[in-house]
Design a protein around this ligand. Structure first.
Ligand code: URA
Length: 203
C-alpha cells in the first residue's frame, strides 16, 4: 500500500468512528464535547501499541496516551530509545467510557473492526498490547493457545501468531496506568520494554 492509500484508509476509519452514533459511548462523547481517539503515529510502524480506551485527557484532545498513563508510556519508550513518531498507538475502544470504567464486551465488539483494519493497513511485525483487554482480544483474534493465560503469566513473553500477511509477534505488557502508584510494576514494565527492544532488533 502506498502512503497515500494508507492515509486515505486511516481517514476513512476516523470518519466512520466519528459518525458511530450507534455506540453506547456516543452520547457521552457529545454531551462532554469529547472526541474519539482513533490512533496516532507512523503508518509504517514496526510496532503497534494497543491500549484499552481513552481517558479524559485523551478524549479532550483526541490523542492517545497523553495523560498520566501516557507520561509513563513515554518514559518507558525513552528507556529503549523509541520515539512516538516511529510507532503507532491506538486503543481497542475509541471512545471514553464514563468514569474510565472497563469497556464492555459489546463496546469491544463494536470498535474492534476498526482496530483490525488499522492492523491490516500498518501490517506491524510486533503488536504490543497494553493491559488485559487488548491482550485477550489480540490473542483470541489470532487464535493463540496462550489466550487462556493471564497477563501475570504472559507479560514480557512474545507469542508468535499467524496473520493475513505472515507471522508476527504479540508482546503482552501491563497497562502503564497500573504503574502510576506501583514502583514494582513499573520496574517489571521496564524489563518487559527491554524484551520489546530485543524483539524489534530481530524482526
Ligand atoms: N489508557 C488507555 O488505555 N488508552 C489511552 O489512550 C489512555 C489511557
Amino acid at each position: 500500500m502506498t502512503d497515500e492509500i494508507k492515509h486515505k484508509a486511516m481517514k476513512e476509519i476516523r470518519d466512520e468512528v466519528l459518525a458511530l452514533t450507534i455506540s453506547p459511548l456516543y452520547e457521552y462523547r457529545q454531551e462532554n464535547g469529547y472526541y474519539p481517539v482513533v490512533g496516532e503515529g507512523s503508518h509504517d510502524a514496526e510496532v503497534v501499541f494497543i491500549g484499552e480506551a481513552p481517558g479524559k485527557n485523551e478524549a479532550k484532545t483526541a490523542r492517545p496516551f497523553c495523560g498520566a498513563a501516557g507520561k509513563i508510556l513515554d518514559e518507558l519508550l525513552s528507556t529503549i530509545a523509541l520515539e512516538r513518531s516511529q510507532i503507532y498507538i491506538t486503543n481497542i475502544v475509541k471512545d471514553r467510557p464514563p468514569e474510565n470504567r472497563d469497556p464492555t464486551p459489546h463496546e469491544i465488539a463494536l470498535y474492534a473492526p476498526y482496530l483490525d483494519r488499522q492492523i491490516e493497513i500498518i501490517q506491524p511485525k510486533v503488536i504490543a498490547t497494553l493491559g488485559r483487554f487488548s491482550m485477550l482480544y489480540i490473542l483470541q483474534k489470532y487464535k493463540a493457545d496462550e489466550c487462556f493465560q493471564t497477563i501475570g503469566e504472559l507479560h514480557g513473553k512474545a507469542v508468535k501468531v499467524r496473520t493475513s500477511y505472515g507471522h508476527i509477534w504479540v508482546l503482552p505488557l501491563y497497562h502503564p496506568a497500573a504503574a502510576i502508584y506501583n514502583q514494582a510494576l513499573k520496574s517489571t514494565l521496564k524489563d518487559d520494554f527491554l524484551k520489546l527492544k530485543e524483539l524489534l532488533e530481530r524482526v
